[in-house]
Design a protein around this ligand. Sequence first.
Ligand code: UTP
Length: 221
Amino acid sequence: MKLVIALGGSLIDFDEDYFERLKRFLKDLSKDHRIYVVVGGGEIARKYIDFGRKLGLKEEILDWIGIFATRLNAKLVSSILGANEEIPRSVEDAVKLDKGLVVMGGTTPGHSTDTVAAELAEKISADLLIIATDVDGIYDKDPKMHPDARLFGEVSVDKLQEICKKPWTRAGDKVIIDGPAVEVIKRSGFDVIVLNGKDLENLGRAIRREKFRGTKIRREG
Ligand code: UTP
């Protein structure tokens, strides 16, 4: 199976135990599957972007600063996993790296690593795109602000478009899945699941198509 995992930057939180477990998990998985991991910029990207914005830097520059932060995180993750030494700068370069486990970060301004992961999934005709984040999936409202938020087991792409609404607006924006990624998901054929990347047992169940906690994106209806 060909699998793309968008590893949200919020998961790069310097938790040694998590990285040990992630390493074992992905190494095991890469024995039987082809895996691409696209790493987000998280806190470090946001700090740099916010500071740059305060100093009046242009949005495109702020996106580039975000991209470098994602590549820094990608370098950390690929080194821990013993994957590719060079971090690919485009999805085309990632595909050229003929390896079982490939790690990359951002590519060009105007979107987040969700879009990179979706484009990569489209390019390799992936079976599954997993968006691994720090909440359990897609909710009807922000679960960090609203304890009564309801987790959707399934959500249609149209509903997702409604929830994510806007196209790309500005560097460092915090959205569940960014608008350009939803566009790619809408036109493509791969399955998409959003779940909590900290729970690797659950992630394993989702990959094996067993019952899991998270949100499946449905194309029709
Ligand atoms: P992220 O992919 O980390 O965005 O990119 P995010 O929505 O914060 O995702 P998580 O929460 O870490 O998973 C950080 C910023 O870097 C720029 C954008 O400004 C984005 O908001 N970026 C990233 C790009 O412009 N292009 C890319 O390909 C990737």
